[in-house]
Ligand binder design. Structure first.
Ligand SMILES: C[S@@+](CC[C@H](N)C(=O)[O-])C[C@H]1O[C@@H](n2cnc3c(N)ncnc32)[C@H](O)[C@@H]1O
Length: 281
């Protein structure tokens, strides 16, 4: 299956809402933050768009050996939460590449307000057609961004092309479980049109078949499921009342249903969460 320009439009429409930057700024004020002087962590409720938030990002960074002198490409980096975490906690420079233009614009605005503009930048482009020269990054980063991408053969070939020899691919991704189909809506898709999960062993073989050497591969489904249960219990305790700042600003009012469906998909082996690190020889 290939990704067409039409798929990219549908993916951008799924994530983009038109006035996201203004809504995030209003929500930050409502949450008592000063939007001109933000710490990266102030944005965590809205910009860590993956299971287990910042903990998962720092865990993967340790596993992948990310160091301050590295230049990292965050593929499908969204609003830049993982990129700002890597920059502020490790000190490396990160370029976010994302197909949703609104995420890139809002992400740039947030990055300036956190004072991380020297380390984090954004590029609006598709992971299937990266505007970078060969061997230009020390590490390629992916957290929950391959679910909308059908042509994973081309995705991993592009990643290999832009990585320098000895560079690492670090991934933390949702993949297909042994049971089908998944329940919709989920945070990355309201229906099957832009859902392209593949089984972990297929993805693993594809990456090594592209020429990568595997350094780590771990099923993280149990910890993801625990995290969802805690979040859903907290939401129930708040009687469904939403805090000012949260992913509902991005995904809309059915975020709760999307989270419950994702937890159920993980619980019923319809989806799994995997962490992996690979080296380009
Ligand atoms: C669930 S969000 C994850 C965002 C970010 N990685 C994080 O963890 O906060 C998925 C992201 O993948 C991006 N994406 C989907 N297909 C893409 C493609 N072909 N090229 C680049 N980005 C893509 C979406 O626009 C979205 O920002």
């Amino acid at each position: 299956m290939t990704e067409h320009a039409d798929d990219r439009t549908v993916v951008s429409e799924h994530y983009g809402r038109g006035d996201l930057a203004a809504r995030i700024l209003a929500a930050l004020r409502a949450a008592g933050k000063v939007p001109d002087a933000l710490a990266a962590d102030d944005l965590a409720p809205v910009d860590q768009f993956h299971t287990r938030g910042k903990d998962a990002t720092l865990e993967l960074a340790r596993l992948a050996g990310v160091t301050p002198e590295m230049r990292v490409l965050d593929v499908g980096g969204g609003l830049g939460g993982p990129a700002r975490t890597l920059a502020s906690e490790i000190g490396c420079s990160v370029e976010v590449l994302d197909v949703t233009e609104e995420f890139c614009r809002a992400g740039e605005m947030l990055t300036t307000r956190t004072g991380l503009g020297d380390l984090v930048s954004f590029r609006h482009a598709s992971a299937l057609d990266m505007p970078h020269s060969d061997a230009s990054f020390d590490a390629v980063w992916m957290q929950h961004s391959s679910m909308n991408i059908a042509d994973k053969e081309r995705l991993f070939a592009e990643i290999q092309r832009v990585l320098r020899p000895g560079g690492h691919l670090a991934l933390h991704e949702i993949m297909a479980g042994p049971v089908a189909p998944i329940y919709f809506p989920v945070p990355w898709a309201r229906g099957p049109e832009i859902n392209f999960l593949r089984p972990p062993e297929e993805v693993r073989a594809l990456i090594t078949g592209t020429g990568f050497e595997e350094l780590a591969w771990m099923d993280e489904t149990a910890s993801a499921l625990r995290w969802f249960r805690e979040r859903l219990a907290a939401a129930d305790a708040a009687s469904g009342e939403l805090p000012p700042l949260g992913l509902h600003l991005v995904l809309g009012a059915d975020l709760g249903q999307m989270f419950r469906n994702l937890a159920r998909n993980l619980q019923e082996d319809r989806a799994v969460v995997v962490q992996g690190v690979f080296e380009r020889p």
